[in-house]
Design a protein around this ligand. Structure first.
Ligand code: A3P
Length: 314
């Protein structure tokens, strides 16, 4: 019955077809679904990887990586940075530093997944799983100790709900049973702190791993909540962080009423993010919300101290 009710809620709220971004655990990103996410036809990533090399270009190891956080707005950030003429972005999530089976393939394998770029351009890849990986910080540092890292974060409770929603839709699509969020977040009357979506929102815990290898100056934090409401100022801060001339303009964005989010206008084209980005969230029981807020409170304060900056999180 709960299954039927929750399905009915989401189906009523859903305006588009079900997305397919991640595997059911929400961990493994499937290439086919990534093509969907970035709006490519199914053979386009093959074309992308076997692209003809424009004269004067090369594939380069990224000089900047969006390390996460999952559901923070990583795709929006990457697509919006791609407006900049001096930024080129990797089409797929590479999972080089967090998946052993990819890491053993070496830097040449990694470089081959990058787009062609001119020498003055900056290559950026995004893999949201890096932020919560215990291996990624040391491995990235081993490749380039002066790399510039971008981290996009949003309110940890909102991130949990977004994470749950994504897995919910994926399970629904593969005809697996789903649970209401309250039944996952609360176990035996207490907060289920083992729930992965909750653990991923412990920003202080994950940040501590990165600060063992990188200085704060090397990690620019993008406010994901602000990027949703007003993208340009956040992108201008990234341009400054990357020492790039300001090229992203207000005219590069327009608000799409149907989607309820900003979309991108660039190179004479208008495009919104894939329908799996910006989905309706369930209405969560207020007591459960309060429990989540209370749990994250100290972690958030700790995180603010670590990064010498505060955010408008609950
Ligand atoms: P929701 O789908 O839960 O709203 P990621 O790309 O890291 O998976 O993050 C997805 C989130 O990006 C979305 O979460 C959405 O809130 C946010 N986002 C930020 N800017 C957006 C935009 N312009 N269009 C769609 N989603 C955007």
């Amino acid at each position: 019955m709960a299954f039927l009710l929750v399905s009915a809620f989401f189906l009523a709220a859903q305006t588009h077809g079900a997305p397919k971004e991640y595997s059911q655990q929400g961990e493994g990103v499937v290439l086919e679904t990534l093509k969907l996410e970035i709006g490519l036809a199914s053979n386009e990533t093959e074309n992308y990887s076997s692209q003809v090399k424009p004269p004067g270009t090369n594939r380069r190891i990224p000089q900047s990586i969006i390390i996460g956080v999952r559901k923070g707005g990583t795709r929006a950030l990457l697509e919006m940075l791609d407006i900049h003429p001096e930024i080129v972005v990797a089409a797929t999530e590479v999972h080089f530093f967090d998946w052993d089976e990819n890491y053993v393939k070496g830097y040449d394998w990694y470089r081959n997944l990058m787009p062609f770029s001119y020498e003055h351009q900056i290559t950026v890849e995004k893999t949201p799983g890096y932020f919560t990986s215990s291996l990624a910080p040391e491995r990235i540092h081993g490749m380039n100790s002066s790399i510039k890292l971008l981290l996009i974060l949003r309110d940890p409770t909102e991130r949990v709900i977004s994470d749950y929603t994504q897995v919910y839709y994926n399970r629904l699509e593969s005809h697996k049973p789903v649970q209401v969020i309250e039944d996952i977040v609360i176990r035996n009357g207490a907060l289920n702190t083992k729930y992965k979506a909750i653990q991923r929102s412990l920003y202080d815990v994950h940040m501590a791993n990165w600060l063992k290898f990188f200085s704060l100056e090397q990690i620019h934090i993008v406010d994901g909540d602000t990027l949703i409401k007003d993208p340009l100022p956040e992108l201008q801060k990234v341009e400054r962080f990357l020492n790039l001339p300001p090229r992203i303009m207000s005219t590069n964005f327009y608000f799409n009423q149907t989607k309820g989010f900003y979309c991108i206008r660039s190179d004479g084209r208008e495009r919104c993010l894939h329908e799996s980005k910006g989905r309706p969230h369930p209405v969560v029981n207020s007591t459960v919300l309060e429990q989540l807020h209370a749990y994250f409170k100290d972690h958030n304060q700790n995180f603010y101290r670590m990064v010498n900056r505060s955010f408008n999180w609950h």
